[in-house]
Ligand binder design. Structure first.
Ligand code: 8ID
Ligand code: ZN
Length: 353
């Protein structure tokens, strides 16, 4: 028997760009023909959600908006065209909520590039509510043995860094610098990198983040960007032959490292840009980039296959990144800490309080 779905639910809503988020009761939506309704139990809080509140990207959000795109929960209802989900299945609401499935990009499984892609917690309501809608074709399938709080951060941060590491072309045994290593994406990046046989140098700041990166997440070196006299030199010196890391994964929310990475990456190395600091520009010296044959590229979330693979790493138990759980009602406090760069790892909100 299908579970009882209430008429009303608790949600965090932004009425206008700039915030604040308001914790209040709103109606539960009904799924359309090709959609599922997910009873969200936990949702990770990504820095993208803060960009959405602040409206600092050149892409407007819907308003009013329910943010959130790392939602993990259970399917409680579905539209009449959905025949490959069961009530009670674990489902994940990820950033790509839906796409057209027929454009040039969707045809080659590049659905994040679809011009009609629906973005959870940005152009459609997301997972900072108890009941969230997702397109059945795009919702992530979460195996029943996974715990929903732990897997929530995988649904954006995990998928994104796993894809970014694949895009970097780094091979087992090679070294990757993770810039912004102490944050949500960065902490998962070190875990995926380790599971993929890569060695990591963590770049971030502060003793808490250093301890987490070195003792819990598997990095063999830490460079503190705030106290280092010369980040470029320190990163290169942290590699065994002093020539720099084979790849750089940029997940910081600050322009400066985007203008430094090409300087310390190894000849033939790849710089993968993932973080999206507001109004930032990439910059690299033409001379060195050419004679070092450096590749600089962007990487944007992942497709359905990347998502399934990233989830499978978690299911196997090889991805363990720290997270703290607080009630959904405390979302603003999480944003305040995030704004100050004071979160080591990820916060996950529990939608029951
Ligand atoms: O698909 C994508 N490309 C994608 C997917 C998901 C998230 C992109 N993002 C973007 C977010 O929108 C955000 O801009 O990635 C960025 C990082 O998201 P996050 O990991 O959720 O943010 P966080 O937890 O706040 O961590 C950021 C870390 O960067 C460090 C901070 O100390 C923090 O630990 N950092 C900063 I700010 N400046 C730094 C610097 N100069 C730095 N680390 C190293 N060097
Ligand atoms: Zn995200």
């Amino acid at each position: 028997m299908a579970p009882q779905v209430p008429e009303k639910q608790w949600a965090q809503v932004i009425e206008k760009t700039g915030g604040p988020v308001e914790y209040k009761e709103i109606p539960v939506q009904k799924p359309g023909p090709d959609e599922i309704l997910v009873n969200i139990k936990y949702s990770g809080v990504c820095h993208t959600d803060l960009h959405a509140v602040n409206g600092d990207w050149p892409l407007p959000t819907k308003l009013p908006l329910v943010g959130g795109h790392e939602g993990a929960g259970e399917v409680v209802a579905m539209g009449e065209l959905v025949n490959d989900w069961q009530i009670g299945d674990y489902a994940g609401v990820k950033w790509i909520n839906g796409s057209c499935l027929s454009c040039d990009f969707c045809q080659q499984s590049d659905e994040p590039l679809c011009s009609k892609a629906l973005l959870s917690g940005y152009t459609v309501d997301g997972s900072f509510q108890q009941y969230c809608i997702a397109k059945a074709a795009h919702a992530a399938r979460i195996p029943k043995e996974c715990d929903l709080a732990g897997i929530a951060p995988v649904l954006c941060a995990g998928i994104t860094v796993y894809k970014g590491l694949k895009e970097s072309g780094a091979k087992p045994g090679q070294t990757v610098a993770i810039v912004g290593a102490g944050g949500g994406l960065g902490s998962l990046a070190q875990q995926y990198a380790r599971a993929m046989g890569l060695r990591t140098i963590a770049i971030d700041s502060g003793d808490d983040k250093k301890k987490m990166c070195m003792e819990q997440l598997g990095s063999y070196a830490f460079v503190d960007f705030a106290t280092s006299k010369n980040v470029v030199k320190e990163v290169q010196e942290a590699t065994p032959d002093g020539l720099g890391p084979h790849a750089v994964i940029l997940v910081a929310v600050n322009e400066k490292p985007f203008q430094q990475a090409a300087e310390y990456v190894r000849p033939r190395g790849t710089v993968v840009c993932i973080g999206l600091p507001a109004g930032a520009y990439l910059k690299a010296p033409v001379f060195e980039s050419v004679i070092k044959m450096v590749t600089i590229k962007g990487s944007y979330v992942g497709n359905r296959k990347d998502s399934a693979e990233a989830i499978e790493f978690y299911r196997r138990g090889v991805i363990k990144a720290p997270y703290k759980v607080v009630g959904l009602s405390k979302l603003q406090e999480v944003y305040d800490l995030m704004h100050k760069g004071q979160i080591a790892g990820r916060y996950v909100v529990d939608t029951s309080n």
